[in-house]
Ligand binder design. Sequence first.
Ligand code: PLP
Length: 431
Amino acid sequence: MARDFVTAAIHGGYDRAAHGEAANPPIYASAAFDMVSAAHGDALGAGEAEGFSYSRVANPTVDVFERRLAELEGGVSAVAVASGMAAVSYALLCAAEGGGRIISPTNLYGASVDAMETFFPQFGVHADFVRDINDLDEVASKIGPDTRAIYTESVANPSTEITDIEPLAELAHRNGIPLIVDNTVPTPYLFRPIEFGADIVVHSTTKGITGHGNAIGGVVIDGGNFDWANGRFPQFTTPELVVSDERKGIARSFASRFGREAFIRRVRIKYLRTFGAVPSPFNTYLSMVGLETLAVRERQEVESAMHIAEHLTHAPHVLKVNYSGLGNTGQYDLVAKYFPKGIGTILSFLVDGDENNVRRILDGTEVFSYVPNIGDARSLIVDPARITHREVPLEYRHAAGVSDNLIRLSIGLENVDDLIADLDQAIANAY
Ligand SMILES: *Cc1c(COP(=O)(O)O)cnc(C)c1O
């Protein structure tokens, strides 16, 4: 990266001169754009000219956000979408469409497990789940002729287990398969998977990137290093009209037309254009305002999360704290290698008693809000078994450590002593 992260978070992807010298990227509330001349319209339609024609495919406000996030993740290009789940779905289906299989752990975001377990199979895309994504022998044993992607989360939610990205990417590449990583929990400030070999990164920008719980959004970022024409991905090598020119007798595929950018172009030109989960320019604007302070927020929240995790380790009624940043887990080497600035702002803990005690803790906090979100400036508390992982089969839920006495915290920007006092009183009053 040519310039530092914090500089790019504020200036990346934005050329003031192209936007009336506005200090902030303006909100382009326009569904469509003048194509100026017939020749330019023809070139835009053919994808030969840069520019905007219709906001379902691209919009100038959204374009700044996409360029900024691509720079921050060290990718070549990005497509912003209306939610994190749109980003996950588009990326996985784009890789595996047409009967492909995805290798994945089960300790994922609940809706991602549900998508692969019960929904994508309806579209002919199947998952091969592994017990431990860091067990390379187990992962290798699942690779078959139809495997089209390995999918994981850099830091799992709510267990905060870490994926050892580098050897996993090497295994994937030896077999001509891309590694797709959901990097939502650490955000690109704490971790950049592409630097360790990941090919595609997805985010729910709803979380730490936007940082204030005020806009749903997602993004797919392409590292630009994967060869989609290696024979495993017919959808990239089959000629398609949308990138061809029938009148001139030119037939092209996404791989022949876009080379190493084939994936991200296909996400935009097929998935965004067809399924249409387009982010609004207003939400994108909110996300960009939030993104400007990502680094300072993460630094403060990670520091507080560390204090709170340490405090809970010795707190009454707390049986176990899940926060791999603590360094008391088997993953300490991975933390040192990948997460020198911290693993993120969520943690979880197990309490004794039964679900009534859990309910009393949830109802008893005054600073922590009972909200099913993470990465907000407000601190949040939730019971994953009933809320975020409700749709996950019991077997997988248990494998992910999501039992009925688990509580997840997302640490915000309040004073850390206030947060600790709030947890202490809620726990004390619950027994
Ligand atoms: C929240 C979340 C998602 C889904 O994002 P939405 O913006 O809610 O659609 C996906 N992955 C992870 C890890 C998440 O935390």
